[in-house]
Write a protein that binds this ligand. Sequence first.
Ligand code: CA
Ligand code: CA
Length: 260
Amino acid sequence: MQITYQPTAFCRLGGVVALFFLPELMLAQLGGGATPACLVDFSLQNQNRMVFGAVNTECPPTIHSIPFGNWGVDSLYGRREDGGQFQGWCQNNHDPQCPPVGDARMEWNSCTTQEPEFRAPNCFYYNYNACYWQRTVTGGNHYANNFIRWPAACPFDSDNDGLCDTGGCLKWCQVGLQPEENYMELYEHDPPFGRWDLVARLNYPAQIARSASSTMRNCSEGFSNWVINLHNGIAEADMRIWIRGGQFEFGGCSPACFLP
Ligand SMILES: [Ca+2]
Ligand SMILES: [Ca+2]
């Protein structure tokens, strides 16, 4: 069976958008019920995390860790976790004001305006900008690990020299996010009950990552640029897309050409 793909039919897949090109795909041969595709693995990362506005998710009356909390991230491709998705600066191993809620937690003061006791300036509860702001003390965090499966054409010999030159992963080693898709929602975690309180939403402009090199079989590593969120008066961080790799899934393809 021969099918001609219409690019507009799959340029949007699960919220991912191909921003830079809409390739004229070659005729694809399908068989065996499987579909050829380029599977791209990626992560979303943040860095330079900073908090300077009103956050009141861990204030009295509460029974656990006033005023500190560990934060997780919801995004289009990842769900919040009580781990290291948006690390702060206060670590229970080293900083006595942080509650003992787990070795890896790097927490944030999460009661910044409601209670006079925890307001800035206070060098016990703020570690940056003359003890008015908070800034992370660690580097890049991953807040989503996911993959996208692009429908792709079978490898094809367009000039009849016996070598495949079109199709496969060649044009699909990329992951893009439109502005409405590119956000981090920060949540503060309450350990004993597994409850989460919304801290802030960080919105970002469009971003795209492309592999440094693409072949019909594989995608190499690649990164988008770092970009900072639109100002929200509460928190900020840079984000980027990291393509970890990718590979072509042959589906029903049996290319009648040599695949380098
Ligand atoms: Ca809380
Ligand atoms: Ca060829």
